[in-house]
Ligand binder design. Structure first.
Ligand SMILES: *[C@@H]1O[C@H](CO)[C@@H](O)[C@H](O)[C@H]1NC(C)=O
Ligand SMILES: *[C@@H]1O[C@H](CO)[C@@H](O)[C@H](O)[C@H]1NC(C)=O
Length: 213
């Protein structure tokens, strides 16, 4: 119920070795779309998350220098996931995107995976290498579904996290805006942030169901 609801800060911190470990767990995931298997995307190779979501870029780094491409890719990945749960599509909100860009600029020097103090839902992703894409971030958040039960509304076993996933499939969130940034020193990596409004992740509420008013 809403009375005990509070905003849960979302955080993901992916070290390179954890990333590869996660990728090798892909056989645990549900079948990808189009009946294609994911075999061959394990080990030190990145999963082709854009392909998983059926997204075709106009160029490999289109989202880096074309804001329309960045918006299209983030929206496509989010709404692919939401359509899996028959949820209404998220709409892009330029104010949220602008907030995400400004906030990541504050993190430009330290590249730290630290949350903003905004009252939005906020998913963040850090990668040491610079090759991570909008689809990659959403894919890793989506993969948390492995640990989430819609029956018990629990994420198990500890210390698994599911809040990025539950924010993406939060029915009452209607708008999203994201940013992606390489940090000052290339060696410190890159950050991705998505802001959601209204914020999701109220305790003891089913993400897929309208909140009790
Ligand atoms: C940016 O991407 C969009 C969508 O693919 C495209 O229509 C537009 O021409 C691109 N803009 C530039 C400057 O390349
Ligand atoms: C950082 O990486 C980009 C390519 O992603 C490159 O263009 C740039 O020169 C690099 N900067 C430094 C300081 O190495």
């Amino acid at each position: 119920m809403h009375t005990f609801s509070f905003f849960i800060v979302l955080l993901i911190f992916i070290f390179f070795n954890v990333v590869t470990a996660t990728q090798s767990q892909q056989s645990l995931s549900p079948p990808p779309p189009h009946g294609k298997s994911h075999h061959g995307h394990h080990g030190h190779h990145r999963c082709n998350a854009a392909k998983f979501f059926g997204y075709v870029r106009t160029s490999p780094t289109a989202f880096l220098n074309n804001q329309t491409e960045l918006i299209n890719e983030f929206l496509h990945a989010h709404n692919w996931v939401r359509s899996e749960y028959k949820l209404p599509a998220l709409k892009w909100d330029e104010n949220l995107a602008s907030f995400a860009r400004k906030y990541l600029m504050e993190r430009y020097n330290d590249c730290k995976l630290v949350h903003s103090t905004a009252n939005y839902g906020e998913n963040m992703f850090w990668g040491k290498k610079l090759h991570w894409t909008p689809s990659d971030a959403v894919y890793y958040w989506y993969k948390e579904k492995t640990w989430y039960s819609f029956e018990t509304l629990k994420c198990e076993p500890p210390p698994k996290m599911c809040e990025h996933f539950t924010q993406i499939v939060w029915r009452d969130s209607t708008h999203v805006g994201c940013a992606l940034q390489h940090c000052k020193n290339n060696g410190t990596g890159m950050l991705i942030a998505c802001e959601y409004n209204p914020a999701g992740n109220y305790v003891n509420e089913n993400p897929l169901v309208h909140a009790a008013k």
